[in-house]
Design a protein around this ligand. Structure first.
Ligand code: BG6
Ligand code: MG
Length: 218
């Protein structure tokens, strides 16, 4: 049996947390009088917390002191975490668990490749931590997506070549990172946004297990 590395982004791929990031940023933006729409939010997906704030401030042409930035970063994270207090398995996106289960049963490498510094508690709360052989998150990397560092570390941790690695991503930056790494890129979301991906599915329920099988055999 071939062994491949299946690398999952977290927010918007495994769990439905992208909406909470958006709401928390929107609150900060509105306090600063900046218009921040779902379209603007696409540029923040997969992007680190610090970089996300800079993008929002740029949108409003706002220059801020480091003290103010630190204050807003803390505020955003506290607000974001307030949405996660009662988080449980119900927040796992449809079709994800059967894929994780199938990969485990077929002895495939499973890794997380996320920009989030909140990744581990989310995997714990949703009860899926044990599926992951390797976790690379925002605490481990210095270069944010579209830099491929997070996925390179994940494949390396699984001891699998990049060309034998498959990345599931909902962000443009993440798809670009996977492509730069020479990995198979699978977009989860809208084809109009994720058109740089090699394959695109609206969500995991549209993905047949025979597709996963074909990736393993490839
Ligand atoms: C990414 C999200 O997964 O993690 C971004 O797509 C988020 O929206 C980034 O900003 C950092 O997350 P956190 O939890 O460390 O603020
Ligand atoms: Mg994501």
């Amino acid at each position: 049996m071939n062994k491949k590395a299946f690398i999952f982004d977290l927010d918007g791929v495994i769990v439905d947390t992208a909406k909470y990031h958006f709401l928390a940023w929107q609150k900060i933006a509105s306090e600063l009088g900046i218009e921040f729409t779902p379209e603007h939010n696409e540029d923040l997906k997969g992007v680190s917390r610090v970089r996300s704030l800079d993008i929002i401030l740029d949108l409003g042409n706002i220059q801020a002191s480091q003290d103010d930035k630190n204050k807003w970063l803390i505020q955003k994270n506290e607000d974001y975490l307030s949405y996660l207090v009662n988080m449980n398995f119900s927040e796992i996106l449809p079709g994800v668990t059967p894929v994780l289960q199938y990969l485990k049963e077929n002895n495939q490498g499973i890794a997380l490749g996320s920009a989030s510094k909140n990744a581990r508690p989310i995997l714990e709360k949703t009860g899926i931590l044990s599926y992951f052989d390797v976790i690379v998150d925002g605490n481990d990397v210095t270069n944010a997506k579209p830099d491929p560092e997070v996925f390179l570390q994940a494949a390396n941790g699984l001891k699998i070549l990049n060309e034998n690695s498959i990345v599931f991503e909902d962000s443009v930056a993440g798809i670009q990172a996977a492509n730069i790494a020479g990995m198979t890129s699978i977009g989860i979301g809208e084809a109009s946004i994720l058109h740089e991906a090699q394959y695109i599915f609206k969500d995991f329920t549209f993905m047949d297990m025979s597709f996963i099988e074909s990736l393993i055999k490839k």
